[in-house]
Structures are given as structure tokens and as C-alpha cells.
Design a protein around this ligand. Sequence first.
Ligand SMILES: *Cc1c(COP(=O)(O)O)cnc(C)c1O
Length: 402
Amino acid sequence: MGNKKFDPATRIQRLENFGEFGGVNPSITDSSTFTFMDAKTMLDTFHGETEGCFLYSRHWNPSNKALSDAIAAMEGTEGAWVTGSGMSAITTVLLQLCNAGDHIITSVTTYGGTYAFLKNYLPKFNIDVTFVNISDLESVEAAVRPNTKLIYTESVTNPMLQVSDIPKLSKIAKQHDIQLVVDNTFTPMILSPYNLGADIVVYSMTKFINGKNDGVAGAICASNEFIAAISDVNDGTAMLLGPVLDPMRSSSILKNLHTLHVRMMQHSKNALYLAKRFREIGLKFSYPGLPEHPDHELMNSIRNEEFGYGGMIAIDMETAERAASLMELMQQRGVGYHAVSLGYFKTLFSNSGKSTSSEVPEDVQLAMGMSPGLVRFSVGLDHDIESTFDLIHSCLKDLKFV
Ligand SMILES: *Cc1c(COP(=O)(O)O)cnc(C)c1O
């Protein structure tokens, strides 16, 4: 069973920044380089041997350190490193863990960009990838080879909302001495993958964590050893490819992180309400918060209860044409925006097959059960969700879809 005592929200609440002349928010680092009083300290810092010293902002800077410490606290990992995008967090981890000739096992349903990187980009480096149904643990285990370095999955997959059994995947990974890497973008606070046995947790902070759709960012949560390895000046992937987050953005994300728990509860509450009403009107949809979802019990056994089941719902309109007319009408009538991305305060909807999963070939989309008419909702923070449902219902009725 999940550890119900794990409390990411209180871990964030307990972060403090005060002292004589200290602002309540950490100061923004408006510098790419930092001064040293003596040459030896500079040299030691280059070799990663000095605490609290900053050399150059691509490596570390105080604003990114403050945000990294906060994300690590939320996740329960020793350390974290924040990146310029979710994709750079993912690609940094994969390129750090794998050498040419290595092998990765991944869920076939992942974010389209991740799928494209695994499928189209990694062959350049002769890194092999096996795509599996991540819920079929036997096929995961059967895919392990002597050169396998890691299992990659999303805690709740995009856009199918399949829940990964992190404790069991972790057991398989440990048995074979390989790493379990989990993308927790859809379910910050709700699931705590490291606490459930993942080795490394990655985020697109562009989504729920920031929650404002005003910037792109990512995070890598891992052991101090791994964070030191990716930021090593000689061979660290983060240091050498340079996907650093800008400190200005970092500082604004840190402030938004302090409201994440309240936002997640409201996203979840609204999504559960809509899911129940969708069930009443006989819509075909997927939401892990209802008993009809095949992973509902699994979700119950691993989630941090008070944050609900998340803000994402996938409805099936069967064809891309029907999905398009519904989305256009919903936007006209003020349900939210027809836009990709998620975790925003307003409701966003998009047809996954034609947008964020368009990198996944159509035959693979069909094989994983993704309908061409799948409309992915990121439910917003609406105060009056009942009237939002009424608007959606009126659109469905006027289009004669219910
Ligand atoms: C958006 C997203 C990403 C990519 O993040 P960016 O910040 O856009 O680079 C990765 N994984 C998931 C699940 C996402 O939704």
C-alpha cells in the first residue's frame, strides 16, 4: 500500500527563507557569473568541492538552487536540478544513464515528444528501445536484456490516463539492477514516485507545478550522486548540453509551487465532478477517479489521498471531426481554450491524436487504444464547475452527440 504519511504539501510549507534584511522570497539571481576572493576556492568549485559557492549560472545559481531544493523536498529525493523544459529534463536523464549500445524499456503511451525522442532520436546513438504496455508487468520483465539500463514510464500516462504500478515496476528494476525513471508531470503531490520506489523522477514544470502557462521548465529529482554527475564539468550531460533554466523564471515558479497543493485539490475536485456528470449522460471517457477505470484500485493504493485523482480527463468523441466541432463550440461558449498543454487555471482541451501525440504514428495510436476522437481535458480551477458542465452539456446536445 502507498505510504499515506508522505506529505509533499507540508514539506513545501516548511521551506523557509528569512533573516536580517532577507526578503520572504529568495532574491532573484540576475547574474551569469560569480566572484571569488581567492583562486583556490574557484578551482575547488570547478571540481564540485565547495558548499554554497556558485561559479557560473549554467552550472548552478542561487535561484535555481532554491527551486531545486524545494522540488527535492516535495519529492523526498536528496537533490534536484531544474531545466529549461520538461523535454530537457527527460533527455538529460536518458543521455546520462545510457551509453551507445544500451537498451531502454518504455511504456508505449508517453508524451509525444518523449516518444519521438525514444523512437527517432536515440537510434543515432545506437540506443535500443522496447515499447511495452506498461500495465503488463510480465511483458516489462520479459523485455529486460543484459544491456538494459532503465525502465521509463509516466505515473499517469499521456493521454490514455493509464496508471503505472510504480511499486511493482520498482521491484522489477531492482531485481535486474536497473533504474526506474518516472515522469510525474500529470500528478505532482498526488503521486510521489520516489517514495513509491522510482530512482529518478522528472517533471515538465510547464504544466501543473507552475500552473500559469507563462513559461517552459522542467526538473530532475534524484540522488545527490546523480545530480552531481549530470552537473559535472567534465562529463555531465546537463553541464555539457546546457539546458539550464533562467533564474528569473525559476524564481517565479518557486512562488507558484507554494500554491500547488491547493490547486491540485481544486483541479481534482472539478475533474471528479465532471467525470461523474459525464457518466450520467453516457459519455465515453476515462478518469482514474471512478471505479469504472481499470486502474482505479491501483490509484487508490498509491496516491496521497487528500489531493484527489488529478485534473485530466480523456473523452472519446470517436472521430477527429466530431472532436473538432465539439472543441470549437466549447471554446466559443466559454468552457475554456482549445489549446495544448495542461495544468492551467482555465480548462484546456485538445485532440491528442492531432496534437500532443501526433508524433505517434496512427497505427501505434490505434494499437494502444487511442481513439482518433480523443479529447483530452485539463480541467481548470473553475469556482462554479456545475455551470461549466452545463455549458459542455449544451455543446454536446446542440451537436447531437448526446
Ligand atoms: C508537456 C510534457 C512534457 C514535455 O515538457 P515541456 O516542458 O513541454 O518540454 C513531458 N512529459 C509530459 C507528460 C508532458 O505533459
